[in-house]
Design a protein around this ligand. Structure first.
Ligand SMILES: [Zn+2]
Ligand SMILES: [Zn+2]
Length: 173
């Protein structure tokens, strides 16, 4: 196997997390300035899987981002998804857990405090579940697109960024 067709993919790295945190802090500061009070800075990570771009976890004050979608267009993803999820946490902090998730309170936080257009849907590609292929390295599972799966069948080796082991196809179960 030549060096040229070994590529590292799959896991978010520290740089990605720093970018996400920087965007989060920018919007968090906007919210604090607008409302004239402090909000606890949420935890942010790339633990979101599946078809959701991100989720807001109120009890943990946590924002989970979808790394599969982040990779398609990192800047656009962060500018869209981070304020959307942060606005959920702020709206629930200000108005309590009984408000509708995308109701008027959330919309006002988006428009007035964060200067974002409130949209409840995203435009990032969400591969159909049957178009993802399950792979494994030494440390975790990876989901690959059919494009990468086909390249592996033709001889490309993908390495996990974390453990540097090649990804191997695993059966569905
Ligand atoms: Zn939402
Ligand atoms: Zn690994």
């Amino acid at each position: 196997m030549t060096r040229a067709n070994r590529q590292a993919i799959g896991l978010s790295n520290d740089m990605d997390l720093l970018r996400a945190r920087a965007v989060l802090k920018t919007y968090h500061t906007l919210a604090e300035n607008y409302f004239g009070r402090e909000f606890e800075l949420p935890i942010i990570n790339f633990k979101q899987k599946g078809r959701a771009a991100g989720t807001a976890h109120l009890s943990k004050n946590e924002i989970r981002l979808n790394y599969f979608m982040f990779q398609q267009n990192p800047d656009a993803f962060l500018e869209e998804v981070v304020p959307h999820e942060l606005a959920h946490l702020i709206a629930f902090t200000l108005y309590g857990p009984r408000i509708r998730p995308h109701g008027i309170e959330w919309k006002l936080v988006m428009i007035r405090a964060l200067s974002r257009i409130p949209s409840r849907t995203h435009n990032f590609a969400t591969p159909k579940p049957d178009q993802l292929f399950d792979y494994r390295c030494a440390c975790q599972e990876h989901q690959l697109t059919i494009r990468r799966h086909n390249k592996i069948l033709k001889g490309t080796v993908y390495l996990c960024k974390k453990c540097r082991e090649p990804l191997k196809n695993i059966e569905y179960h």
